[in-house]
Design a protein around this ligand. Structure first.
Ligand code: NAP
Length: 458
């Protein structure tokens, strides 16, 4: 895949970039290793000062950075601004909390291990490779980079080939904030060049956010070389609506959860499961709100849904819908791509789904929702847990016992009650099953790429 900015709103390629050759990759790795030798012995206070300065620079650049995101991958401009500011918040969060999250953990009773003192200490691992997707071009990277650098690690980034300008912004951001040269390096390489970088002895671990096939491939290389890996892969999150829910609020949130980021979020609700007692009312509200969405130029601040990021992504989405319709699905909203330039797809709501349809098991990465009717909570749970994914989930209910039952039984990395899944710096984030393993954000995220060193003193 060429490394290029192709504007999904117009379909025009605006800028292409040369892939880094072997010498440039070697330079990036050498700089990252050299920066690690400095960063690992730098105080938390110094790292925090650099991180805050980097956050200030990004915040000052918010309008240009947001516009760049919208041009590269089609996100509505208000959402691009929100993404940049969320990165700033995460950088400040780890600047403030890293030292506390990684403080020594003394054993209360060292005599139980025949010691005068015993404790566990978090130490950085070294250079960590980040393989990242295009859907949140800054946020996906910053949620790894901020904790990694605050822990004393350094990073090398292989970003998705369609967001090179975001990748290059990140290449300089931390250095401009004061971090040692090479603390964070972008390598402009294709996916075929990833294995050799991961195999390099200087690279100690890898984090990948992306699709399941990419995750399997990178995890296999990491496994062969016994390197730590964190995988944040796809999802097909359920959104369950039970009779006690506030239906108007649930329908409004259902639409937002499905079409945010033009429907291209791993944690977007993709399968909507409504109890039969409220199904008809919920379906009517949901369809009306999907039909009312403003689709158009994502640089226009009134636009709610922009294009799918790539032409192949739009084609794959259309194939999933066409397959379902050919097998008998009902179209309650949308159902096709509009004529004209760009990679647009009309917000779509499908119902009457059966297990022979691909969309039942596969991730729909665009503004397409699937709606299911269920007789009771057991059937809702069976559908929620039906896919091979297990990233997040949402349950709408005002029945405390029902809420507790779903929290206990849903197979997912998170459950959001009467809301939609959102990532926060303060909350751990990650999945189970084919959605991956390991956690980002909060204390768990910064500890993933640390050596938890046990110290025993006689
Ligand atoms: P993708 O095709 O897997 O690409 C993600 C990254 O992996 C890109 O940098 C890509 O490089 C690289 N890559 C692809 N195949 C690879 C391979 N065999 N070896 C090494 N690197 C490889 O995913 P995408 O289509 O860009 O992103 C959408 C997917 O990401 C969806 O499934 C979504 O759910 C998931 N996602 C998950 C999370 C989460 O936190 N769980 C968050 C966001 C997105 P190229 O661009 O050069 O191919």
């Amino acid at each position: 895949m060429a490394i290029a900015t192709t504007n999904p709103t117009t379909g025009l390629t605006e800028q292409t970039f040369e892939e880094h050759d072997a010498a440039q990759v070697e330079k990036g790795l050498a700089e990252a290793q050299s920066a690690f030798e400095t960063l690992r012995v730098t105080s938390y206070a110094q790292r925090a000062a650099w991180m805050r300065a980097s956050a200030d620079l990004l915040e000052a650049d918010v309008d240009a950075a947001a516009r760049m995101l919208t041009v590269e991958m089609g996100k509505p401009i208000a959402q691009s601004v929100a993404e940049v500011l969320k990165c700033v918040k995460n950088m400040r969060f780890y600047a403030e909390h890293a030292e506390g999250f990684l403080a020594d953990e003394p054993l209360d009773d060292p005599s139980s291990v025949n010691a005068s003192k015993a404790w566990a200490r978090y130490e950085p691992l070294g250079v960590v490779l980040a393989v990242m997707p295009w859907n949140y071009p800054l946020w996906q990277v910053i949620r790894f980079a901020a904790p990694a650098l605050m822990a004393g690690n350094t990073g090398v980034l292989k970003h998705a080939s369609n967001v090179p300008q975001a990748a290059l912004l990140l290449d300089t951001l931390f250095e401009r904030g004061g971090f040692p040269v090479g603390s964070f390096r972008t390598l402009l390489i294709g996916s075929r060049a990833v294995a050799a970088v991961l195999e390099d002895r200087r690279v100690k671990a890898v984090t990948l956010t992306g699709s399941e096939p990419a995750g399997r491939s990178v995890a296999a290389t990491a496994g062969a070389h016994i390197k730590k890996a964190v995988l944040e892969l796809g999802g097909s999150d359920p959104f369950i609506v039970m009779p006690s829910a506030d239906l108007e609020a649930a329908a409004t949130m259902a639409v937002k959860a499905r079409v945010a980021n033009n429907g291209q979020s791993c944690i977007a609700a993709k399968r909507f499961i409504a109890h039969t007692d409220i199904y008809d009312e919920f379906a009517a509200l949901f369809a009306a709100k999907m039909n009312a969405l403003v689709v158009g130029d994502p640089l226009d601040p009134t636009t709610e849904v922009g294009p799918v990021a790539t032409s192949s992504g739009r084609d794959e989405l259309a194939e999933l819908v066409d397959d379902a319709v050919a097998r008998g699905a009902q179209v309650l909203a949308g159902g096709s791509a509009p004529a004209g330039p760009g990679y647009f797809y009309t917000p779509t709501l499908l119902a009457g789904l059966t297990d022979d349809m691909r969309i039942v098991m596969e991730e729909a990465f665009g503004p397409v929702a699937s709606l299911y009717r269920v007789a009771d909570r057991e059937e809702a749970l069976a559908i929620a847990n039906q896919t091979t994914f297990g990233l997040s989930s949402a349950v709408w209910t005002n029945d405390a016992a029902e809420e507790d039952w779903f929290i206990r039984n849903i197979d997912a990395g998170a459950v959001f009650i009467n809301g939609m899944t959102i990532s926060y710096p303060e909350l751990p984030f990650g999945g189970i099953k084919d959605s991956g393993y390991g956690r980002e954000l909060a204390a768990a995220g910064i500890r993933e790429f640390c050596n938890l060193k046990t110290v025993w003193k006689g």
